[in-house]
Ligand binder design. Structure first.
Ligand code: GLA
Length: 667
């Protein structure tokens, strides 16, 4: 069982409702307010900008002006979601070399490594202290004996060994001065030792020297950068008042965006990215952001790192797995080769996903694979049973996750009870997951339309667990056991001859600007009981502010697409004042029908839709109002690398749900 994260009692920290809520009143007051958002500028601009050439006020960069560039992160090396193993879920901070090497050896012996599980990542617990006065990070050599390399302990022997096994090595740090363990779980093993300065093991103030040490000297390939140090050390925190740690005015507040310094925390994470570019040299690396959806990371994580956590920690419980799943469900357009959504590591093997719960274990694994989550095993692989190996080692399901097209599955059907996810693969076939979230059996119907296939042709479904095949036309009825997720690979005749719908290619669409002026938490996220608070306090309130962003096959806020009474089952929905970047891979034409969705909160305002190609305006709609029938728009995009789709609202229309219905790239 995981020790509770609640390590500070209410009497010690009276302002705390959860151990994750460290910022007291003074800290909140001290925290800076987020920088003014561009949207405010856009209100002023919206009224002015109706000419063909988007312009900006002098000194006010207009984020809707096309750049002809792909702006999501493509540094580092994560063309497909990273796979591997991490020590945290299995061992917490009680990590040592023997456990790490045993897990690495198990990856090799089981052939999971050849399937792609290559990263062997050491999480919290490896550090001893920061040596004074030179600041060099010291390793807990009692736990990592191969690091005893003289005056300057080094992880190089361990990373050399992992590399010789054909694996890659990952390390862990924090963006602040102190670690999650120090701040939230001081009863955990292997806490840093020594003076205040020696216990400052995080990157804050040491970014360049630490990244150089970890990548240039110790040869790591992966770093996870946690965020607790930038959150839990307000001046009035008991541990600061007692002199244990130095205060660091919190940059993120899990409960409050207004009390978070979004620009400040982004700057810190971006600086680590810069150091990685410098010190990893030509070697490929992965930069993993761990900010749990706080600090409005949903808007910028994809631009800064290779993977970005969307939620607080997963736990080995069905309910918590659903919580973490839900934080990525509506975010297919925010995941691309080089920048993945991370709903946290796998808990297959433990608790509700242990050997006695194969249905739940398979569901958790299949969903992570379909949603393009990094597949990072969090289990003590020395205990792996053949049945569990068959889960991690299901090559057909791993192939869904590692598919080169990099399309996160899109939500095709949604309810609290059942969901259907569809993922378009590089060869045009589909991965399909039909999910029963409940503890009762569920009857589900899967349709050819949900797969964007013709109802007249045969659709072949291959069950990726049982390897059985079946064929249907139009639709097929399925019965799901409690908590069961059926996973198929589907082939059939695509409904659109000579092209693909844009919503089938989320890996190629980047919402560079998604029109959200005021981020709000996603109300569809399952609110589970967390082990660290139980039912104390008012209840869990997921902070991941992704709600209202760009969506595939839906309007913003998850609404169905319907324009002036006409329903569309495909398209991209986004709030007005948005700019989508689309990688064009050889298509000749882009077509869509544009309009304001019937889910708009008011009839006010107009939206102009523009298609740009490599920075040149190609087509532009008339101003579209609520209730106007969807208007066709198209452009020749042959030879264009980056197509940009701009939906610009006037003052009243800036928050209108702007729809690129039936959006398609045609040969
Ligand atoms: C945070 C992270 C976890 C893990 C722990 C280590 O809670 O979210 O994934 O790294 O810190 O203390």
């Amino acid at each position: 069982m995981i020790p509770p994260r609640q390590a500070i009692t209410a009497t010690q920290e009276t302002s705390m409702t959860s151990p994750r809520t460290m910022a007291g009143a003074d800290a909140r007051a001290a925290a800076r307010i987020a920088a003014p958002r561009w949207a405010l500028v856009a209100v002023a601009l919206g009224a002015i900008l109706s000419s063909a050439h988007a312009a900006s006020l002098p000194g006010s960069p207009d984020p809707l002006v096309p750049t002809g560039r792909w702006s999501a992160n493509s540094d580092g090396s994560a063309p497909v979601p990273p796979m591997g193993w991490n020590s945290w879920n299995a061992f917490n901070s009680d990590v040592d070399e023997e456990k790490v090497l045993a897990s690495a050896q198990a990856l090799v012996d089981t052939k999971l490594a050849t399937l792609g599980y290559r990263y062997v990542n050491i999480d919290d617990g490896w550090w001893l202290k920061r040596r004074q006065p030179d600041g060099r990070m010291m390793i807990r050599t009692s736990h990592f004996p191969s690091a005893r390399t003289g005056a300057n302990p080094s992880f190089r022997p361990l990373t050399d060994r992992l590399h010789a096994m054909g694996l890659k090595a990952g390390i862990y740090s924090d963006i602040g001065r102190n670690s999650c363990g120090q701040i939230y779980t001081p009863d955990f093993k292997n806490q840093p030792e020594g003076s205040v300065a020696e216990r400052e093991v995080g990157l804050y103030g040491h970014v360049d020297e630490d990244i150089r040490l970890y990548f240039a000297e110790w040869n790591f390939d992966f770093i996870k950068v946690d965020g607790c140090g930038a959150r839990g050390l307000a001046a009035d925190a008991p541990r600061v008042r007692s002199g244990l740690y130095r205060a660091l005015p919190p940059l993120v507040d899990m409960q409050s965006l207004a009390a978070s310094d979004v620009a400040g925390i982004r700057r810190l994470y971006a600086a680590v990215g810069t150091a990685l570019r410098t010190h990893a040299g030509q070697r490929p690396y992965v930069y993993s952001l761990c900010l749990w959806g706080a600090g409005d990371v949903r808007t910028w994580g994809k631009d800064v790192g290779n993977m970005s956590r969307t939620s607080d920690d997963i736990q080995p419980s069905w309910a918590r797995m659903l919580t973490n799943l839900d934080t990525v469900t509506h975010r297919a357009l925010y995941a691309h080769p080089g920048s993945w959504n991370d709903p946290d590591m796998l808990f297959v093997g433990t608790g509700d996903f242990d050997a006695a719960h194969p249905v739940e274990a398979r569901a958790h694994f299949a969903l992570w694979a379909m949603l393009n989550a990094p597949l990072i095993i969090g289990y003590d692989l020395r205990k792996l049973t053949p049945d569990q190996l068959a889960i991690f080692g299901n090559a057909d399901i791993v192939a869904l996750n590692q598919d080169a097209a990099g399309n996160q599955a899109v939500l095709a059907y949604d309810s609290d009870d059942a969901q259907i996810f569809v993922k378009t693969l590089a060869d045009g076939s589909k991965g399909v997951a039909v999910v029963n979230r409940t503890a009762q059996p569920v009857k589900a119907v899967l349709t050819a339309a949900q797969l964007k296939m013709t109802a007249q042709g045969d659709v072949r479904l291959r069950d990726l667990w049982s390897k059985t095949e079946r064929t249907f036309r139009g639709e097929t009825a399925l019965t799901l056991a409690p908590h069961e997720t059926l996973v198929f690979r589907a082939t059939g005749t695509h409904r659109l001859a000579g092209g693909v719908y844009l919503s089938e290619q989320p890996g190629r669409v980047n919402p560079a600007v998604d029109g959200i002026a005021r981020p709000t938490p996603d109300p569809t996220i399952h609110r589970s009981i967390t082990p660290w608070t139980g039912t104390r306090g008012p209840g869990d309130h997921p902070q991941y502010g992704g709600w209202g962003g760009a969506e595939a096959d839906r309007a913003p806020y998850g609404a169905p697409i319907r324009i002036a009474g006409t329903a569309f089952d495909t398209g991209i929905g986004v709030l007005a004042n948005a700019r989508l970047e689309v990688r064009n891979q050889g298509s000749a034409r882009f077509t869509a029908r544009v309009g304001v969705n019937d889910s708009a909160p008011s009839r006010a305002g107009k939206v102009v839709f523009e298609i740009w190609g490599d920075g040149r305006l190609l087509a532009r709609s008339k101003p579209m109002a609520f209730g106007d029938a969807a208007a066709p728009i198209e452009a020749r995009v042959a030879g264009v690398g980056i197509v940009e789709l701009v939906a610009r609202g006037d003052a009243e229309g800036m928050a209108s749900p702007a729809i690129w219905a039936d959006a398609a790239l045609l040969r």
